[in-house]
Design a protein around this ligand. Structure first.
Ligand code: PEP
Length: 256
């Protein structure tokens, strides 16, 4: 059985002091969680303080982006070895906000994924269709193109260190989540595409998170779908109570 994985994407929220306050509240709420991988992804500046606060806990730290070179004249960028040095073990790559506002492409996302893997950072690789694409019946072709481009040159060994996040763009930050059936349909398609690429046994072991307006009220229904292996959570990860409730929903399903 795939271990569920819940990650919080804090986006551009929280100073280091606010971030530490949040994880200090969170860590006491999740001490009894044993069947779920838990990750928080703060803004870069808060990563060292959050990492220090979470040292003796099961919660891992991730970043929200990474550049594809190790070092050099790339003003404003952060490298994979820098993130590892700061204590990160995961990195979100290809989030739709980065695709939309910072013009990331499948090709640059692919470079970032490869660089992250080179430094043993686990990518949380985000894909998802826009509302127009869904309404035009293009959801599956869009997902296939994003998977083909983002995973170009990734082999069967490397893919096992990648988490896929299916995040329909129309559901992110809108309060309008995909229905459990819509999520399952997309996840099943993603898994079968991965099976074509890497073989069924490997695809069956890969974890696919759903992201898009996940909250305590809808977490159980989404997470109980057979191909939904976790959640990438934005807004609801900014409060310890709601994030811990989502983690608890995953834990309860995992213990059944
Ligand atoms: C996200 O940022 O990846 C996300 C899914 O946000 P939200 O949960 O706020 O929709």
């Amino acid at each position: 059985m795939r271990k569920k994985i819940i990650a919080g994407n804090w986006k551009m929220h929280k100073t280091p002091a606010e971030a530490v306050q949040l994880v200090n509240e969170l860590k006491v709420k999740v001490v009894n969680i044993h069947h779920v991988d838990m990750i928080v992804c703060p803004p870069y500046l808060a990563i060292p303080a959050v990492q220090a606060s979470l040292k003796e806990t099961a919660i891992r730290v991730g970043a929200q982006n990474v550049f594809w070179e190790d070092q050099g004249a790339y003003t404003g960028e952060i490298s994979a070895p820098m993130l590892v040095n700061a204590g990160c073990s995961y990195v979100i790559i290809g989030h739709s906000e980065r695709r939309q506002y910072f013009h990331e492409t499948d090709e640059t996302i692919n470079r970032k994924i490869k660089k992250a893997l080179e430094f043993q950072l686990k990518p949380i690789f985000c894909i998802g269709e826009t509302l127009e694409q869904r309404e035009a019946g293009q959801t599956f072709p869009v997902l296939k193109t994003q998977l083909d481009g983002g995973l170009a040159g990734i082999d069967a060994a490397a893919i096992q260190n990648i988490v896929i996040a299916y995040e329909p763009v129309w559901a992110i930050g809108t309060g309008r989540n995909a229905t459990p059936e819509q999520a399952q349909e997309a996840h099943q398609f993603i898994r079968s595409t991965l099976a074509e690429k890497f073989g069924r046994p490997i695809a069956d072991g890969l974890r696919i998170q759903y992201g898009g307006s996940v909250k305590p009220e809808n977490a159980e229904a989404l997470l109980s779908q057979p191909d939904v292996d976790g959640a990438l959570v934005g807004g609801a990860s900014l409060k310890a109570d709601s994030f811990a409730d989502i983690i608890q929903a995953a834990e309860n399903l995992s213990k059944q």
